[in-house]
Design a protein around this ligand. Structure first.
Ligand code: SME
Length: 171
């Protein structure tokens, strides 16, 4: 399964690639309940598919500190370990429970620069079946304004499909 995906190059429009990837991810994760394995697989497959992704990964709500995010599985350069709710782009997504689409991170108040090459960013909150926030998914790009509504829709669809019904900390 991994071999088949690693040999593959998805083509087509961004929207088409997100749709195709959603099916690929669901097929790879079929029957795998471990939350860390699911997050690592999503990060790896998305990072391998899109050239505009520079840092791709999860910040998970710390079960011991419910207003703090701790880094989870990711692909890219060394990320910050912890982010308080309300701080930076990820912390704002966690605090508000809303998608953050940021065309210029350097203009975002309180942006946390883990790697100064990051120029734009999208952060999508992830909820469990009860509606509780379990994590945020963060993608950074080296280009300004690299993300648009097609990324929001594509990511939201994939993340909802992969994490619906998950509960944080049980993996
Ligand atoms: N830029 C993020 C911090 C996380 S990293 O980019 C990996 C933020 O401001 O939330």
């Amino acid at each position: 399964m991994a071999d088949a995906f690693n040999d593959k190059r998805l083509t087509g429009s961004k929207t088409e690639r997100y749709a195709e990837l959603a099916d690929e991810i669901a097929a790879v994760l079929d029957g795998e309940p471990n939350l860390t394995a699911r997050m690592a697989t999503v990060a790896a497959m998305l990072a391998a598919t899109f050239e505009h992704y520079f840092w791709t990964g999860f910040y998970v709500v710390d079960p011991d500190k419910p207003r703090e995010l701790v880094v989870g599985p990711y692909q890219g350069t060394l990320g910050c370990l912890r982010i308080a709710f309300g701080r930076g782009v990820c912390g704002t997504a966690a605090e508000t429970g809303t998608v953050q689409l940021v065309p210029d991170v350097h203009a975002f108040p309180g942006h946390i620069a883990c790697d100064s090459r990051s120029a734009s960013e999208i952060v999508v909150p992830i909820f469990d079946a009860s509606g509780a926030l379990i994590a945020v998914f963060d993608v950074d790009s080296e280009a300004k304004a690299a993300f648009d509504e097609a990324d929001v829709r594509g990511l939201a669809t994939i993340l909802r499909r992969v994490f619906a019904g998950e509960a944080c900390g049980r993996a």
